[in-house]
Design a protein around this ligand. Structure first.
Ligand SMILES: N[C@@H](CCC(=O)N[C@@H](CS)C(=O)NCC(=O)O)C(=O)O
Length: 105
């Protein structure tokens, strides 16, 4: 499982949502409270070039905020990043349903 780091503050609805999403997936993460430690705030700004919280890193990959992570999840790209499913092989295409799969009428 990759290391997950989340920069947060105490009063932050988007941080709560991000934590709930990761919790639903059974993940653990390291939380870095930028409101308690100015050094962590500088670290977040330097690593993410963003000022809002949360900022989420999966391994070395900067995911972004909650919306970014939720979008990756909706596209089916978050689970492979979290090591929960194998990443798609080159040439794999998502299954799309066509009329040949319709039940006979
Ligand atoms: N789209 C961002 C929104 C993040 C956001 O607005 N976070 C608030 C705290 S919950 C924040 O950092 N506000 C301070 C600011 O906008 O400067 C996300 O999904 O993470």
């Amino acid at each position: 499982m990759p290391e997950i780091v989340m920069y947060t503050t105490a009063m932050c609805p988007y941080c709560v949502r991000a934590k709930m999403l990761l919790q639903r997936k059974g993940m653990n993460w390291e939380e870095k409270r930028i409101d308690l430690d100015h050094g962590l705030m500088s670290e977040m700004l330097q690593r993410s070039k963003r000022r809002t919280v949360p900022q989420i890193f999966i391994g070395d990959h900067h995911v972004g905020g909650y919306d970014d992570m939720a979008e990756l999840d909706a596209m089916g790209q978050l689970d492979p990043m979290l090591g929960l499913v194998a990443a798609g092989m080159p040439g794999d295409t998502p299954h799309t349903r066509d009329s040949s799969e319709d039940a006979p009428t």
